[in-house]
Design a protein around this ligand. Structure first.
Ligand code: SF4
Length: 383
């Protein structure tokens, strides 16, 4: 059991695990199998649990996923969390089968826009209460509620923090205290800043830490380690996920990496420098989940990494995302972004769409764009 300095957060029970309140930092992961493939999802949930995972998250996007989830629940003893990105209206149907529900305030904002956000939060809280579930308010920098984002121009970290604080107030006003918060970005610096600011404002709320879309190991591990070392060593964080782009048979390695980072911090073995280098090529890629519509996604992320080695000394960001749920928004800040559909990969230059290309066409097209970007930057630098 890992013991280290911890902020005095209140305890939030999730199934058999308790987050916060001085309990050991819990380590979690998420299934990347198709939720409707019950055998594969159970196998992965069990692999994560056996590797030491305290919580296993599963995505639900359609009524058929709910049916599958009830069967997954029957076949695994893992503490299950459901991830409702765009589908908060399915909450009442999934809650009976899980121990925690995660929602994204940014996505909640966009659905049933005529309903006040508080009303949508209230319905989630009622469901959570009825089915003995905890809730995670999961804020992602790439999908912050646009009204809040507009109030903090140039400070997307504060926009994330304010969005989380606003939803904490909703929970508090509803008298519901079984909630935790996460504030994630693909850059460790923003993750560190956001969590520090939030923890200063709400030291009582347990925090779920993670660098989203950290990418392929070893870079994905380094980014996560940089953020976790800075936060956990200050007592911030009650549970964590290491989001790595890994093929399905290796998904449980996220838990092993998380446990290793925790053990190193507890033993005072700090391996990373406290700043993350911004002067080189930065490839971010999502850890994949059941929403991936083409299994070539992980292979594509690896191919992008291999193909772009020649551009290593250029300070550019390339984002590779697995699906349309988070792909379009979370690639907006990247110099070049790819997000995967069933047969085509969408290519973007920041917010501008370049087009959709088949999985066989995308790499040469990406190289063409990357070369053009490098050439234009070199020309500007040469004056
Ligand atoms: S981008 Fe899509 S596939 Fe990737 S983790 Fe996010 S929701 Fe899942």
């Amino acid at each position: 059991m890992v013991r280290m300095k911890r902020n005095p957060t209140r305890p939030v029970r999730v199934g058999r695990t308790t987050l916060g309140g001085g309990h050991p930092v819990a380590v979690q992961s998420m299934c990347a199998t198709r939720t409707q493939d019950v055998d594969a999802t159970v196998e992965q949930a069990e692999a994560i649990r056996r590797a030491g995972g305290d919580l296993v998250r599963v995505a639900v996007d359609a009524p058929k996923d709910v049916e599958a989830l009830s069967e997954v629940r029957r076949q695994t003893t893992a503490n299950l969390v459901v991830d409702l990105q765009e589908n908060y209206r399915l909450a009442a149907r999934v809650a009976p089968h899980v121990d925690k529900v995660r929602y994204n305030p940014g996505h909640l904002y966009h659905h049933e826009k005529d309903k006040p956000v508080l009303q949508k939060v209230r319905s989630l809280v009622e469901v959570a209460r009825e089915h003995d579930c905890a809730v995670r308010i999961g804020v992602n920098c790439g999908s912050v509620d646009p009204d809040i984002k507009a109030r903090y121009p140039g400070d997307d970290v504060q926009a994330m923090v304010e969005s989380a604080l606003e939803h904490c107030r909703y929970m508090d006003d509803l008298g519901f205290d079984r909630y935790v918060v996460s504030l994630k970005d693909s850059h460790p610096r923003k993750v560190i800043e956001a969590n520090q600011r939030f923890a200063a404002a709400r030291p009582d709320v347990p925090l779920h830490l993670g660098v989203t879309e950290a990418g392929i190991p070893p870079e994905g591990i380094v980014k996560t380690r940089v953020a976790l070392e800075q936060l956990l060593s200050r007592g911030i964080g009650d549970t964590l996920r290491v989001s790595l782009t890994l093929p399905n048979p290796r998904k449980h390695e996220e838990i092993l990496v998380g446990r290793q980072i925790l053990a190193d911090i507890a033993a005072g073995r700090f391996r990373s420098v406290p700043v993350f280098d911004d002067d080189t090529l930065n490839i971010i890629s999502c850890p994949s989940c059941s929403r991936v519509e083409n299994e070539r996604f992980v292979e594509l992320a690896e191919a992008v990494k291999a193909m772009t080695v020649y551009a290593q000394r250029h300070a550019l960001t390339i984002a590779v995302m697995g699906c349309r749920v988070n792909g379009p928004g979370e690639t907006d800040d990247a110099d070049l972004g790819l997000w995967c559909g069933p047969t085509h990969v969408n290519l973007k230059r920041r917010t501008e769409s370049i087009g959709a290309f088949t999985y066989d066409e995308i790499l040469p097209r990406l190289k063409q764009e990357l070369d053009a970007l490098i050439a234009s930057r070199t020309a500007v630098e040469a004056g």
